[in-house]
Design a protein. Structure first.
Length: 389
């Protein structure tokens, strides 16, 4: 299955081959995880594993995004041969067109619903405080960089380029700032290029004792994200070449463990950190992704335990579309007035919180979001509709 198919292909495509079931399951897990952690009933009541690390460190929540980029690279390993066979011009056209589409959708999602209530009246949202970057924008740029590398360089060269990007990124951060929230080079570039009004404002500074502008999907940190895609491509290519064998699986576990070991060593001088997408973070998440994918391959392809996969396959077949819906639906719910609050607030504070408590109610709200979007995905799957860009 290809996560990102050619824009010249029809919007509705044939279902993916069963041969790639493990990849669909892995990708579906990441999409379900992204929805779960992004849509709690209340941000005040979220269990620790479902929160991002405040700065250095890595929680389970910090794994889902790099796992998705890893899956994007996996999908590229099955699609890139077709791209290259169509010639350089066609390859570039496909890569840049897809990049612009995904980036544009992310920008529209940040802007949505385009209107806001001000002084009791609906007013048009202007661009002066529009956040430029975001998850889809990070996916677009990382995909672009990764696809260009693997399309025009051999696997060993691609691996060397990925490592070079990670080392170069480390040197840039050391040379143009420090590794703190307030003084890192990612923030400095974004503030100089875009200004604070166009950045995310959800990070709390212990130094300044207030939330500050800092974008965890900033422009500079897309450099190491490219390596996440390249590593995913190389792993997908390795699996494709070796086949679903125990030898391949043992190698996958060894290489995954080695990547984690490298990450832990690098962590001593360049901490594992999602907000700046540190190089040690790339190795750490890549290693864990390899091990998780290996476990899925073992259960699904080698042992034949496929009954549990159906839930995640639904997400894996329409990943970007379902993710976009997960951003649109909560915003629409917030626009529906219910008493003194909105539909989202009423569902949590008026129904789930009294029934299940603060934390469990918030978690239940997130789970209901996942199930609702799964149902939409299931309906699309039954009609053989797979919406891609």
């Amino acid at each position: 299955m290809q996560t990102l198919t050619s824009t010249s292909e029809p919007l509705v495509n044939k279902p993916s081959s069963p041969r790639f079931l493990s990849l669909d399951v892995f990708r579906g897990m990441t999409v379900a995880g992204m929805i779960l952690v992004n849509n709690p009933g209340s941000w005040e009541y979220v269990y620790a594993p479902l929160r991002h690390a405040s700065w250095n460190g890595c929680t389970p929540t910090d794994l889902v995004f790099p796992f998705f980029l890893f899956a994007v690279g996996n999908a590229l390993s099955f699609a890139i041969g077709k791209y290259v066979s169509e010639g350089t011009g066609k390859v570039l056209q496909k890569i840049f067109t897809r990049t612009l589409l995904i980036f544009g959708i992310g920008l529209l999602l940040n802007w949505f619903p385009f209107f806001k209530v001000q002084d009791g009246e609906w007013v048009f949202k202007t661009f002066d405080k529009l956040r430029i970057f975001g998850v889809l924008q990070r996916i677009a740029l990382a995909y672009m960089g990764g696809a260009l590398v693997v399309a025009f360089f051999k696997p060993k060269q691609s691996f060397a380029i990925a490592c070079g990007l990670l080392i170069g990124y480390w040197l840039i951060l050391l040379g143009f700032g420090d590794l703190t929230l307030e003084g890192n080079a990612v923030l400095k570039l974004d503030k100089w290029l875009l200004g604070e009004d166009h950045l995310y404002h959800g990070y709390y500074s212990e130094v300044l004792k207030q939330n500050i502008a800092f974008d965890p999907e900033g422009l500079l940190s897309f450099i190491p994200a490219i390596a996440s895609v390249i590593f995913g491509f190389l792993v997908g290519r390795f699996i494709k070449e070796k086949g679903n064998t125990y030898e391949m699986l043992s190698n996958l576990f060894v290489f995954g463990s080695l990547a984690i070991f490298i990450a832990l060593c690098w962590n001593m001088v360049f901490p594992i950190n999602k907000p700046i997408w540190s190089s040690s973070y790339v190795f750490h998440t890549t290693g864990l992704a390899m091990i998780l994918l290996g476990v899925i391959i073992y259960l699904v392809d080698l042992k034949g335990y496929k009954g549990w996969t159906n839930f995640f396959v639904v997400f894996g077949k329409n990943p970007l579309f379902i993710y976009v819906l997960s951003g649109i639906i909560p915003k629409l719910m917030s626009l529906v007035p219910v008493g003194d609050t909105n539909l989202s607030g009423w569902l949590y504070s008026g129904l789930l919180q009294p029934m299940a408590g603060d934390y469990n109610g918030s978690l239940l709200f997130a789970i209901l979001n996942v199930l609702f979007l799964w149902f939409i995905g299931l309906m699309l799957d039954r009609k053989k509709i797979y919406i891609r860009v």
